[in-house]
Write a protein that binds this ligand. Sequence first.
Ligand code: GLU
Length: 361
Amino acid sequence: MKQLHNPRYKKIVVKVGTNVITGKNGALDMAVLGSLTAQIAVLQQQGVQVILVSSGAVGAGRSIVKLSEPLPPVAARQVLSSTGQIKLISTYNTLFEEHQQIIAQILVTKSDFSDRLHYLNMKTCFTSLLQQNILPIVNENDAVSVTELMFTDNDELSGLIASMMDVDGYIILSHVDGLFDMKAGDGSIIPVIDPSMKHFHQYISPGKSEFGRGGMLTKCHIAHKLSRLGITVHIANGRTPDILLSLLGGEQTGTTFLPQKPTHGPKRWIATSEGMEKGAVTVNQGAVTALMAGERANSLLPVGVVSVDSSFMKGDIIKICSIDGTVIGYGMAQCSSEKTLSIMGQNNQKPLVHYDYLFIT
Ligand code: GLU
């Protein structure tokens, strides 16, 4: 196996997709899993803190359970994931034991990220495991997370964890080599995406992966968002030998999303809370201009609010829209929707969203 000196990151999230670690019938691919676990063990020995987000529960379940009668899709997913998750985690346990690496299993739902206290509690859990040199292995709690509680896919889930844990690198291991340059059309990979690059979506084919839920478009959307928060994101082929060691050794392989200036603390939480907002307000053009003035730290003041579009409590995340309905950002409300209604349009009021709790999209 490749040697690794001076790994380029100290703390990373590695996400492996179903198509990387399972074969055609959903059975776990022991050769790939053996290689990935050995590489992660090397990283840990080199002092890199790793959080592994692994899909594959539903796939593994498919290889164990033959449903005796057709079930509705949600029920089938519940049966397959709850059986497959045991297979998945016990396989990881056996493989990591060979490297004397203790693992922990964490299953989460989307709602775990929507409340700031709960979020901080979860962060403490991950931090404590890493301090003890235990490898957290995360998956969605597919047995109980249905419809609106579901993550789009594990790319979204691991993005939230990467942001929560302030990692410096986020590695998405897929079954393709990176982002194919659709414009060139010759099968070449886009090596680097700069966070200032707009409309890169046109380069990407919107296909879904075969078994997993994710597609390239969601991967890119999340990668772009995290790179804006200061995290370097790699999309690479998890089946390429020694891929993690190559990436951590600084080799250019796959597609790299370069980081922008780092964002920390509550802003990071808010930046990744799209879709979890409890309420919304519309603001006037003056407020839009003030909030978008990147070089100045402006809070959202009640004077700029023109309507309260749904109810919220103090401490909830709210969506901030301009009059034409464009989403301009998210923030944590400093007062309830009721109070906002009574003070909107007025001068000399405390901010509705303080700058430290505001993220402009
Ligand atoms: N949580 C699902 C599983 O373990 C996978 C979701 C996804 O494909 O992103 O099978």
